[in-house]
Design a protein around this ligand. Structure first.
Ligand SMILES: [Zn+2]
Length: 161
């Protein structure tokens, strides 16, 4: 029986860290900085996230695990911090994790609530532990798809809430 060759997802684009916009570097440093605060005794997989809101502020989050296996992901925590501050949209997100730090599928959908509709304008950066020479830098559209489901599909504009 013939098996189909495995289809590999295209690698996400990488850039040299020092070429990032100064504000993007600030977001990266915030994510790397907060990563060690993660509470991950079960997976030992610490994640730090920083997001830049449209209000110009940076919000951070870490994953928080629990003995009954409910875990809060760092993206959710950071976005909740932003929402708590009545900011409803982010422009840049950096995820610092072992594998180069790209948000999981669940978090991508959670992020979609606060991304606005111009997904090509939202920048996602992924860094391995610490600042490396190269970092992943792509748009939100690259990792969620331009036809993703968002609040606007249900007639909701998060900016009004
Ligand atoms: Zn996640």
């Amino acid at each position: 029986m013939r098996t189909r060759p495995a289809r590999k997802t295209p690698d996400l684009p990488q850039v040299v860290y020092r070429t990032l916009h100064p504000k993007e570097k600030e977001v990266v440093l915030s994510a790397v900085d907060i990563q060690s605060s993660a509470y991950a005794p079960y997976s030992n997989y610490k994640v730090g996230v920083a997001i830049l809101g449209t209000n110009g502020k940076i919000y951070t989050g870490v994953n928080v695990e629990n003995v009954f296996y409910k875990a809060m992901h760092a993206e959710e925590v950071a976005l909740s911090e932003m929402a708590k501050d009545k900011c409803r949209r982010f422009m840049t997100l950096c995820c610092a994790a072992l594998n180069g730090g790209i948000p999981c599928l669940s978090c991508r959908q959670f992020m979609r609530e606060f991304s606005g509709e111009d997904l090509e304008d939202v920048i996602i950066i992924g860094v391995k532990n610490g600042i490396q020479d190269r970092v992943i830098r792509c748009t939100f559209a690259d990792i969620i798809g331009v036809d993703s489901f968002g609040p606007q599909d249900l007639g909701i504009n998060p900016m009004k809430y």
